[in-house]
Design a binder for this molecule. Structure first.
Ligand SMILES: [Zn+2]
Length: 181
């Protein structure tokens, strides 16, 4: 599968500097561009839409702005790559391995890489309590009209920041253009 069409746009929302949009913390906040992606597949073709908006982050959460969550496809690619490396590693250290591993290198590589991949994804932890390691805002839906975005929906990790966004963008929400999940 491949992505054949890319569309990107900049949003012009009101993003209040009430608190960090990730952990909800106060203090020194910095506005950081947050690219939110939506990838859709139709058989083997895909379209990727990126909407960018800058949100306030504290120093500890700043790094999460561009850290998109991996979907099942990205996780599958990571798993395949890890499997190839694990298989190569096992082949090269063949002589040193215990008999039951050396006898079934391919299956051993599959199991080893499944453990490594699962371990990698479960140890991604946020730096601050209440925050998330990944982007704290996701583009959950977008409807594209004739060369413009007709409607879009965002989901915020932090409920307090979601409430602040609702208050600051009431007009767009009332008009049905913007929705917060
Ligand atoms: Zn924060």
């Amino acid at each position: 599968m491949f992505v054949g069409s890319y569309t990107s746009a900049r949003l012009a929302l009101t993003t209040p500097p009430d608190c960090c949009c990730n952990c909800g913390g106060h203090g020194q906040l910095e506005f950081v561009d947050t690219p939110m992606k939506q990838v859709r597949f139709f058989f083997v073709f895909g379209t990727e839409l990126t909407l960018t908006e800058s949100f306030p982050y504290c120093a500890g959460c700043k790094g999460s702005a561009k850290r998109a969550r991996h979907g099942w496809l990205a996780k599958g690619i990571v798993y395949c790559l890890v499997t190839s490396c694990a298989f190569l590693g096992l082949v090269m250290s063949h002589a040193l391995l215990p008999g039951f591993v050396a006898g079934s290198l391919f299956y051993s590589a599959l199991i080893l890489s499944a453990l490594l991949t699962a371990g990698y994804y479960t140890t991604r932890k946020p730096k601050r309590a209440g925050g998330t390691y990944y982007q704290p805002v996701e583009l959950t839906e977008a409807w594209i009209g004739d060369k413009h975005i007709a409607r879009f929906e965002l989901a915020f990790h932090n409920a307090r920041y979601a409430a602040a966004m609702r208050r600051s963008n009431a007009e767009l929400i009332d008009a049905g253009v913007f929705k917060i999940q």
